[in-house]
Design a protein around this ligand. Structure first.
Ligand code: NDP
Ligand code: MG
Length: 390
């Protein structure tokens, strides 16, 4: 059996580097065929030297020469620019495209990969949030699997093996609650980027870490779950579970509940997406019940963490509304990371965009691209005109 050829979009990030660790531990099964980075030429070069992929692509075209000359002695084709990623994901030798880049940038490469019949191991949840209907119908048309990498969705996917999708009563997404669990709005208004970047249970990229602190990550995951498992908003519940041991649950129509559990480690869902429907042996640290005598659960505080409620509202509105909240959130998080806006301002920015950007009931791909662009401009303007906080 020849190893599966994997294209990793965003190989230099948190999910990307963990995917490479999974590949390294299972070289008889997987091969890194294509690696892509946004601008981290240094790490892309190191990875290409170690894994010798067919292609190494850097989005930032000013880094092309640096990557090209560092890899000149290797049989690695070096390319640069977003278009190169969009084009090369369709390469006939690729079996699976693992989408581990962050944000809206994942949308077009994912669409091209699906059209070329590639299975998608999906970490980039923003793609399904923005255009879930388009992506899932394209996947159906092309007979393509969308295999979840996000730990909650992997948990649900694992619970559903051997079950009928129409026997789901509801799913329960667990949330750690993030670093500000139990705090109120006044406290949130004072938090800095350094506070927000410290997640209690997971080490992740900056954007998703902020999303986890604001509960927007859970909101995006609610929308992601709707599309992955074909659910109605009423069938999706969120529960805070600070230990992050139960990764999510499914309740069936007979009342039975299945949960998937384990220590938090993204390598498991990454690996499962690549080996599905099989499992393979790992040496990952095992969970021991005796070390966790108290697994606890609480209701999410949607009054303090407004983003979660806004995401549910966007899901109910449908159309381009999830695309609007995604774009507004990307701009807001970026501004927060640059100390240009406060933590609670992010929800105000998102809500204003939801009210002001033109609603479209059945958007096309070009409508999504326009909505994304318009929302970004609008959100940017809001931030520039916001009163400065003392
Ligand atoms: P990181 O920020 O750690 O990595 C992002 C990767 O994408 C890097 O390789 C980066 O390149 C690249 N990238 C960034 N911006 C662009 C762009 N505009 N175009 C192309 N490539 C780009 O993110 P994470 O690995 O944490 O997250 C990746 C995705 O996976 C997100 O959608 C996140 O929501 C999802 N996810 C992550 C989890 C985690 O545990 N980290 C868990 C569940 C889901 P460079 O390094 O050069 O900047
Ligand atoms: Mg998750």
């Amino acid at each position: 059996n020849t190893p599966k050829s994997i294209a990793i979009l965003g190989s230099t990030g948190s999910i990307g580097t963990q995917t490479l660790e999974v590949i390294k531990d299972n070289q008889q099964l997987f091969r890194a065929f294509m690696l892509t980075a946004h601008s981290n030429a240094y790490l892309l070069i190191q990875q290409a030297i170690e894994f010798v992929p067919e292609y190494a692509i850097i989005c930032d075209e000013s880094k092309y020469q640096e990557v090209k000359s560092a890899l000149a002695h290797l049989p690695v084709k070096v390319m640069a620019g977003h278009q190169a990623i969009k084009d090369m994901v369709t390469h006939p030798e690729i079996d699976v495209v693992l989408t581990a880049m962050v944000g809206f940038a994942g949308l077009e490469p994912t669409i091209n990969a699906i059209k070329a019949g590639k299975d998608i191991a999906l970490a980039n949840k923003e793609t399904l949030v923005v255009a879930g209907e388009l992506i899932t119908s394209l996947a159906k048309e092309n007979g393509v699997n969308i295999l979840p990498v996000d730990s909650e969705h992997s948990a649900i996917f694992q619970c559903l093996v051997g079950e009928q999708n129409n026997s789901i009563e509801k799913i329960i997404l667990t949330a750690s609650g993030g670093p500000f669990r139990g705090r109120d709005r006044d406290y949130l208004a004072t938090v800095t980027r350094e506070h927000a970047l410290k997640h209690p249970n997971w080490v992740m990229g900056a954007k998703i870490t902020i999303d986890s602190a604001s509960l927007m990550n859970k909101g995006l995951e609610v929308i992601e779950a709707k599309w992955l498992f074909d659910l109605k908003a009423e069938q999706i519940e969120v529960i805070v579970h600070p230990q992050s041991i139960i990764h999510s649950l499914v309740q069936f129509e007979d009342g039975s509940i299945k949960a998937q559990m384990g220590l938090p480690d993204m390598k498991l869902p990454i690996q499962y997406a690549l080996t599905y429907p099989n499992r393979i042996k790992t040496s990952f640290k095992r969970f021991n019940f005796i070390d966790y005598p108290h697994l606890t659960f609480e209701k999410p505080d949607m009054h303090t963490f407004r983003n979660l409620g806004l995401a549910f509202r966007a899901l109910e509105n449908g159309g381009n509304m999830p695309c609007i909240i995604n774009a507004a959130n990307e701009v807001a998080v970026d501004a927060f990371l640059k100390n240009e806006t406060g933590f609670t301002d992010m929800s105000d920015i998102i809500e204003s965009c939801m009210q002001q950007i033109i609603f479209l009931e059945s958007p096309s791909l070009s409508d999504y691209l326009n909505t994304d662009k318009e929302t970004r401009i609008f959100a940017q303007n809001l931030i520039q005109n916001m009163p400065l906080k003392a």
